[in-house]
Design a binder for this molecule. Structure first.
Ligand code: ZN
Length: 361
């Protein structure tokens, strides 16, 4: 993600923090200073945020490492001011696996809370009346620090288990529904509940905490997106790349000039091209490569094409092609049959294919 700073790798998973996270630290400092807190208290609160986000990373690692057990890789864990996001390559499709992956995150915070109970006399805090407690908690002591951390972890568990898909609780809900209903219907129900709760969060956010508004957007669009994806997946099941392949494509030669390519580009609807030489694919020229070099129209395709490219076999499932598109951050692939070029595939054509399938239902 843009604006993310890499912190390191744990078990092959990139841990990153987004720059807006510093805004959270500044905001907390600002609130504390305005309340007249001394330097030590400000420092303690900042430390609390940092340690809390370490707990969030551990939570996300709970998801990621459990997913790994079921053969699902995680690209990265990104820390945002509203929390952490582990980007799994996909969600495990077996309900039991999804259930365990979803529960593993909150389970980490339960574990941290239990460990803190062993170290901090938590119960003693609840023996005081609220005025004494407030005064006591205001003292910037290490024990109070741990107490806050305990409360924060408990809150994380409760908040994450709200069944607002795609939050953890919502995933638990979908997994449980999937045992009885199909995955498509289960997702549809979970996403509807998620979107309703997002709306509730939005309203609450207007009155209480602006962070809830941010989270509500995250949930609303997350639920919508995943619901679409699952529907698409069901629609595309069993369909192969062959069916969505553009077979009527212009093949470029390495000695074509860029000007010739621009002429083809303007005359038709093709944006990306396959370059061949002696019936062999030797490169790909994308719209991006073309736009980058428009100042030198006499340059040869050979000099600006991408020599590293992947091909799609006609027998590959379209769903796999979509995964490839999002994984490779590349939108255009030559399609081959028995090693021979027969066309190309891109997301626009797949969308068209989906549209046709949807309307012919
Ligand atoms: Zn989680």
């Amino acid at each position: 993600m843009k604006g993310a700073l890499k912190l390191g790798r744990i078990s092959g998973i990139k841990i990153e923090v987004h720059w807006t996270f510093t805004l959270l630290l500044l905001w907390v400092a600002f609130i504390e200073i305005r309340q007249g807190s001394d330097f030590y208290r400000v420092l303690l609160n900042e430390a609390l945020i940092v340690v809390l986000f370490v707990c969030v990373v551990l939570h996300e690692l709970g998801h990621a490492l459990t997913a790994k057990k079921f053969g699902v890789k995680t690209k990265n864990i990104l820390l945002l001011p509203i929390g952490g996001v582990a980007t799994l390559e996909k969600m495990p499709e077996k309900p039991l696996h999804e259930l365990l992956v979803a529960l593993a995150g909150p389970a980490v915070n339960v574990l941290i809370a239990i460990l803190l109970v062993l170290v901090v006399p938590i119960r003693s805090y609840f023996n005081f009346d609220s005025i004494v407690l407030e005064e006591m908690l205001f003292e910037p002591t290490f024990q109070n620090f741990l107490f806050y951390l305990f409360i924060a972890n408990v809150m994380l568990v409760i908040f994450n288990l709200i069944p607002a898909f795609p939050m953890d609780g919502g995933r638990v809900l979908r997994a449980l529904l999937s045992f009885k209903l199909g995955r498509v219907e289960a997702t549809n129900i979970a996403a509807s509940i998620g979107q309703f709760l997002a709306f509730v969060f939005f309203i609450l956010g207007l009155f209480f905490n602006p962070f809830l508004i941010l989270i509500s957007f995250f949930i609303f669009f997350g639920a919508y997106g995943e619901n679409q994806m699952v529907k698409q997946g069901a629609l595309l099941e069993g369909h192969l790349a062959k069916e969505a392949t553009l077979t009527n494509i212009t093949k470029l030669r390495p000695d074509n000039t860029l000007q010739e390519v621009i002429d083809i580009l303007l005359a038709g609807t093709e944006k990306d091209f396959v370059v061949i030489e002696n019936d062999r694919i030797i490169g790909v020229l994308t719209q991006k490569d073309i736009l980058k070099n428009t100042k030198t129209p006499s340059v040869l395709v050979d000099d600006i094409m991408q020599r590293k490219f992947q091909t799609v076999d006609v027998s590959m499932e379209i769903m796999k092609v979509l995964q490839m598109i999002s994984r490779e951050k590349n939108n255009f692939f030559p399609v081959v049959e028995n090693g021979q070029l027969i066309g190309a595939i891109d997301s626009t054509n797949i969308s068209e294919f989906i549209l046709l399938k949807t309307s012919s239902r």
